[in-house]
Design a protein around this ligand. Sequence first.
Ligand code: FVH
Length: 278
Amino acid sequence: MVRMNITHERISILGLGAMGRALAGALLEAGREVTVWNRTPGKAGDLVARGAREASSVEEAIKAGDLTVVCLLDDSSVRETLAPVAPKLDGRTLVDLTSGSVRQARELAGWLKGYGVRFLSGGIMAVPPTVGTEGAFILYSGARDLFDRVAPVLSPMARPHWVGEDPGFAALYDMAALSGMYGIAAGADHAVAMVHAEGGDVETFKREVLGLWLEQMLPFMVVGAEASETVLEDSNPGMQATGLETMLAASEEAGVPAELVGHLRASLWRMRHAATVA
Ligand code: FVH
């Protein structure tokens, strides 16, 4: 049986880690009826005080909600948690916000479909303190009609954003966006290490140089880029290759391992070669 109307907006949350607690808190704040479950009991205290109900089993939690949000450590914890109850999930709606790979999301969707579950996969573009705040958003993929039904119910957690019918797409964009973020974070770490090694004032550098520079360049790196291009492809590759050699030398002079810069140099060499051939 497919339950098409979520009339009372009763939401169950499986997983009370930092993120599950933040999601549950945002839903409670918006007046939703929330039931929570966590593998290790004792993590629901504050939420119960704020109006949540604590279920003592996964099955009890799922039955208490019109919609279940899963937010666990990883794909195998989701499988482990859902496997014993899966045969009883026919007609239920599940939204999995656990981080995973594209293949894992697709396989999970297929597995749950076999049990008659209506399923959306998600990727959280927020950290616990930003859940429920303006900039936070959550990527969803799966059936559009299901998303349209679920989005208003879950919107207090973060702005819902649908990225396609393929259940793997939320994971795809989530992982790709994380890759972008970690690239910047790794570059920033390297920059700080250079400044520290050469005796510069790290706090001043971060505040007066690095933050402002990254802020200035970010729109070019992302929004200004066409398809697979990056800002690096907009400038003369020869100039950039020379610039990177200088950066590599500066890093080596400072005694800071330069693997990251070396990697950038390799990709720029490829770009320069492509430009010469074209
Ligand atoms: N926190 C963050 O900043 C990021 C932001 C972007 C999205 N991620 C993803 O959200 C998922 C949950 O992350 P979290 O921050 O809540 O993680 P933890 O605080 O470590 O809590 C983990 C929960 O998972 C439960 N758990 C672990 N293994 C199992 C298992 N085998 N069976 C059932 N539950 C399991 C754990 O339970 P317990 O250890 O308390 O019993 C916690 O509830 C994650 O995918 C992030 O990548 C967060």
